[in-house]
Design a protein around this ligand. Structure first.
Ligand code: 4AD
Ligand code: MG
Length: 431
């Protein structure tokens, strides 16, 4: 008999098959038992009719406990009442392992309880759908950049210098020296862009941020393209094309998951329409002040401010040219103004906040060296980085997209902790 996965049911309608599965849920009456089965690939219903099977099989079905693992054999049929569309009429059940007192029951549980049981919580249908969306975003990222002629480069995770805010560095011992966990692969990606032109990275990054918001993780995954001979406006075009591509890919390939997540697909469809609006930091401050926000020029925006600006548009929006003083050392000064830099944050709609941070990089040796000094960084640690400006410096730009921010937004999830299998949060490293 053919062993199949639930997801392939449509190819086996009318056939007798064998499936390895877990019992997600169960209800039964005197004559019929309905098992909600999951095998990792999908969830569907198994039907056991008392009058059609051995007494032993029906009793077995009725006594199955939640999350017990089983082999079921039966015939696949269409099931118009379910969103999945197929079910199995069970003839036989073989218990592989009985689960006793599975902690996550169909009733509501508190978040902390679910987080303590994250290793089990991942089995639930909503988490399953979010992981599919995450996987699709990763898949589509590789597809997009390969199509666009980018080369995947893997920057190191153990580094000797800071790329972003030094207060958020994770320090560790590197034999008898100090090292840091990467906050961003960017500086290395700039070196790679000088060797390969257009490159992208995709890997874990670490920020010892004392933030406890629904947008912050301590360990998260970032996608960082870097492009030689591209100015900041060129980079914005790549950014919006990339984000629209991700949204479209999820719409195309995660339809069922979006249903499970009850995500508004018409809304998502709108986010594929280009271009995305651009507003300057100056304009944003003006807009906020007119609407009674207590902001002064030169301050960074918090999430209420970002949310308000995003609400003025029905798509992601770029806020460009932030004050120099609140951005990292490597950003290129605006050609006509000393006080702002050539950078942008892409703000997602619906209150999801910043999903991309990017900029044109300072390509002038003297200016960059001075910035490193002014930021209180040790120039010796950055000699290799300065070499990129000594030997054939070119205009170049890049950006970083936070994978989990993107997943949270596209799946319409409330909190970023559900967008990564095992979140590392301010107060949590278990499980
Ligand atoms: O804006 P950030 O800090 O930019 C950089 O690190 C640049 N070096 C990227 C580059 O130009 N190559 O971070 C980029 C993105 C943010 O827009 C956000 O999506 C995500 O990374 N991010 C976080 N995601 C989850 N938790 C955190 N603590 C995050 N910090 C940043
Ligand atoms: Mg940022």
């Amino acid at each position: 008999m053919k062993k199949i996965q639930i997801i392939d049911s449509k190819k086996h309608v009318g056939e007798k098959v064998k499936i390895g599965a877990w019992v997600a849920n169960k209800r039964s009456s005197g004559k019929i038992a309905f098992l909600s089965l999951r095998d990792g690939s999908a969830f569907f219903q198994g039907v056991v009719v008392k009058s059609e099977v051995d007494e032993r099989v029906f009793e077995q079905a009725k006594s199955l406990t939640q999350e017990s693992s089983v082999w079921v054999t039966g015939t696949i049929s269409e099931d118009a009442r379910s969103k999945f569309g197929y079910e199995i009429h069970i003839e036989d059940i073989d218990v592989i392992s009985e689960a006793v007192d599975y902690p996550i029951t169909p009733k509501e549980h508190g978040t902390e309880f679910l987080m303590d049981n994250r290793h089990l919580w991942l089995r639930s249908s909503k988490q399953h759908a979010i992981m599919h969306v995450r996987n699709e975003i990763i898949r589509a990222t590789y597809e997009f950049y390969n199509k666009e002629g980018f080369v995947k480069i893997d920057p190191p995770i153990l580094t000797g210098n800071a790329a972003e805010n030094t207060t958020e560095l994770f320090q560790t011992k590197y034999f008898d020296r100090d090292a840091f966990l990467s906050q961003s692969g960017q500086l290395y990606m700039e070196a790679a862009a000088m060797a390969l032109g257009r490159v992208f990275s995709f890997g874990p990054t670490f920020r010892a941020e004392k933030s406890k918001t629904r947008r912050h993780l301590i360990e998260f995954w970032m996608m960082e393209p870097e492009m030689a001979f591209m100015d900041h406006d060129d980079s914005l075009e790549v950014q919006e094309k990339y984000v629209a591509y991700l949204v479209q890919s999820v719409l195309d390939n995660c339809d069922h998951d979006l249903d499970i997540l009850e995500r508004d697909k018409d809304l998502l469809k709108k986010y594929t329409e280009l271009p995305y609006p651009r507003v300057s930091y100056d304009e944003a401050v003006e807009l906020l002040q007119k609407n009674d926000f207590d902001v002064t020029w030169g301050e960074d925006f918090g999430s209420p401010e970002e949310t308000f600006i995003a609400e003025q548009f029905d798509k992601p929006v770029f806020i460009v040219n932030y004050p120099k003083a609140i951005k990292p050392f490597y950003m290129k000064r605006h050609p006509e103004r000393d006080d702002v830099v050539l950078c942008a944050d892409m703000i997602a709609p619906e209150g999801y906040g910043e999903i991309i941070g990017g900029s044109q990089r300072e390509d002038d040796y003297e200016l960059l060296r001075q910035e490193i000094v002014d930021f209180g960084l040790n120039v010796d640690d950055y000699e290799w980085y300065l070499d990129l400006r000594r030997y054939g410096s070119v205009p170049h730009s890049g950006f970083g997209l936070g994978l989990e921010r993107m997943v949270t937004w596209i799946s319409g999830t409330e909190h970023i902790r559900e967008a990564i299998p095992f979140p590392r949060l301010l107060n949590r490293i278990y499980p």
